[in-house]
Design a protein around this ligand. Structure first.
Ligand code: ACO
Length: 147
């Protein structure tokens, strides 16, 4: 149907994704700094034990989209679980094909399966319309302090 989105396979991040341009993709989003392959592989191994779940879409041997779910275990809400959506990025040349939406929906399915009662995220004003199309609504404000 018209809402089915592109036929793409979303999978967990793996060590081999360094060579497939994962770090270059992240540059779409933020400052990535110098990350050597060894650092990347160590981080992938650390992340494997949770609570971060990093997902990617690969096309023709390149990573073209990514998103992360962080699962926060709370004491409130009867020891409830909250999903935090982080680091959503689609390669500039692949934007507008529905991949961002595919990643968000994949993260939301994982969050639901893990028992999260909600997912939340912080974003720039310019991305509000995108997240609204993904079914989220605006609530409250973000604050930050850099160290
Ligand atoms: N303004 C209005 N509507 C938009 C915008 C926008 N900036 N971007 C996408 N949409 C709409 C699309 O038109 C589409 O609408 P439709 O479902 O009616 O057809 C819907 O949102 C889904 O769009 P996608 O094609 O899935 O979006 P895309 O794959 O281009 O990904 C994203 C959007 C992730 C924001 C991408 O542009 C990107 O990577 N930007 C740079 C990095 C970034 O800002 N990431 C988000 C940071 S916030 C965070 O990580 C929590």
């Amino acid at each position: 149907g018209p809402d089915a989105g592109p036929l793409v396979f979303v999978r967990r991040l793996e060590a081999g994704d360094y060579a497939k341009g994962f770090m270059e993709l992240l540059a779409v989003l933020t400052t990535v700094g110098d990350v050597a392959e060894g650092d990347f592989i160590r981080r992938v191994r650390d992340v494997a034990s949770g609570p971060e779940y990093v997902y990617v879409v690969e096309e023709n041997g390149r990573i073209i989209a990514t998103g992360t779910l962080v699962v926060e275990r709370k004491f409130a809400r009867s020891c409830g679980v909250v999903g935090h959506i982080e680091d959503i990025a689609v390669l500039t040349s692949a934007q507008g094909r529905g991949l961002g939406k595919v990643i968000i929906h994949a993260l939301m399915r994982v969050a639901e399966r893990m028992g999260c009662y909600k997912v939340i995220l912080d974003c720039a004003e310019k991305n509000v319309a995108f997240y609204e199309k993904c079914g989220l609504t605006q609530k409250e404000i973000q604050m930050v302090k850099y160290f």
